[in-house]
Design a protein around this ligand. Sequence first.
Ligand SMILES: NC(=O)c1ccc[n+]([C@@H]2O[C@H](COP(=O)([O-])OP(=O)(O)OC[C@H]3O[C@@H](n4cnc5c(N)ncnc54)[C@H](O)[C@@H]3O)[C@@H](O)[C@H]2O)c1
Length: 253
Amino acid sequence: MTGRLEGKVAIVTGAASGIGKATVALFRQEGATVIAADVTAGEGVLAADAGTEADVVRLVELATGEHGGLDIFFANAGISGGLASIFEQSPEDWQEILRVNLIGPFLAIKHAAPAMKARGGGSIIATASVAGLRAGAGGPAYSASKSGVISLVEVAATQLCGANIRVNAICPGLIETGMTRGIYDMARSSGREDMIGHLNPMKRGGEPVEIAQAALFLASDAASYVNGHALVVDGGLSCSHPHYRQEYGRTSF
Ligand SMILES: NC(=O)c1ccc[n+]([C@@H]2O[C@H](COP(=O)([O-])OP(=O)(O)OC[C@H]3O[C@@H](n4cnc5c(N)ncnc54)[C@H](O)[C@@H]3O)[C@@H](O)[C@H]2O)c1
């Protein structure tokens, strides 16, 4: 099926790499006009800092001024800050991680919503993480920022009542992108590639396009009644308590 975003205008942040890059390609394939933005400008990618209000305003004005309006904002830009402990992170580390990961989506909602309301509705999607559901998938500031994103979409969906604007989050599990390159490189160089994703029932890491497909669903009319939701896309990683995993076929399950 193609053309699920025909005639739509979308902004995607964090578009130069990983999930954002895959989403730009998929949205375009489905007929959308996409403004791709990243703090690192590149071919077809505008320079914009997702955590700076003036830059977000500029992106929305570009959509309304040059493309006639805004239908979709995928607030996807994020930084991890590594796996440092509470004792290794400074207030400055927290400020920068929260600025990009949480204030970024807040600014996207604040400035996209009026433009979408003028168009009769829209869809705002923010990238959270399984790290925002419980501990163990990121550093302290990262995890707190992603919990904040889940709360933010609930609050925004509620406050945008009556505007026909849906606000949802995606919680990816482990996905092979620039952010996780170190994990993948380490596993491969030590011959332990089989360990990647071994904690989830799918027993593999995810691909950026698998998150892009979730963003496409939430952006499209197929999700017309999905609002204020955090969609988990993690191969089942977060669906169970820690337990001894039995292989299908090895037991009679
Ligand atoms: N890869 C994973 O396993 C995983 C899991 C859960 C959530 N996420 C989230 O997915 C989102 C996308 O990350 P990714 O995995 O594709 O990583 P990535 O590093 O490949 O891509 C992130 C992009 O965001 C850009 N960026 C960083 N700060 C920015 C800013 N201030 N303004 C604009 N752009 C900025 C980077 O330049 C980069 O191109 C992030 O929010 C991340 O937290 C990733």
